[in-house]
Design a protein around this ligand. Structure first.
Ligand code: ZN
Length: 186
């Protein structure tokens, strides 16, 4: 069993990371997918300590909808920035968490959608799965996934992206994703 969504590189685990990973291993977890915020380099640095404590751990990185405002007026930079973050993390095996959050609306919805679309396109280009965050935005989230991040109004439907399960590019052979709860503050 693996934990498919945790935030072990979060500030919250700085004081007792090794105890947390020891407990996870003792509970039978073989690995975990640690979600990183690609706009926060500190998380990538903390993630190195997570890997030291738990070498089988893997990660996803991307621009969370809460952070979409950082790309206001520079949406063109999203794909290259996330691609760079992925390239710098040997354990990266997914783009995420990405999506839409209409509950908090920390960034304008249109900007959230554009940042999300661009990351779905990046995931398609790199043949990586996506990890989705969606809150009170189900219809728009599904619509963007179904068109593969295509531009609004684009004719036709792109190849569909419904790859929520791990592609085994970096994980040990045969390791699926049975799902699981979060370790950490979501
Ligand atoms: Zn999360």
């Amino acid at each position: 069993m693996i934990d498919s969504h945790c935030h072990l590189a979060d500030d919250a685990f700085v004081d007792d990371l090794e105890e947390v990973t020891d407990r996870a291993k003792a509970a039978g977890l073989k690995s975990a997918l640690c979600i990183l915020d690609s706009t926060n380099p500190v998380e990538a640095t903390r993630f190195r300590r997570v890997v030291e404590a738990w070498p089988s751990v893997r990660c996803a990185t991307g621009v969370h909808p809460h952070q979409a405002g950082q790309y206001r007026d520079r949406e063109d930079d999203v794909q290259s920035a996330v691609a760079r973050a992925i390239a710098e993390l040997p354990q990266a095996c997914a783009v995420g968490e990405i999506g839409l959050d209409y509950h908090y609306d920390f960034a304008p919805r249109e900007l959230q959608q554009e940042v999300f679309r661009r990351q779905v396109r990046l995931a398609r280009e790199q043949a990586l799965p996506v990890v989705i965050h969606t809150r009170e935005a189900d219809a728009d989230t599904v619509a963007i996934l179904l068109c593969g991040g295509c531009r609004p109004g684009a004719a036709g439907v792109g190849s569909r992206v419904l790859c929520v399960l791990f592609r085994d590019r970096h994980l040990p052979a045969g390791r699926g994703n049975p799902g699981g709860g979060e370790t950490g503050p979501g």
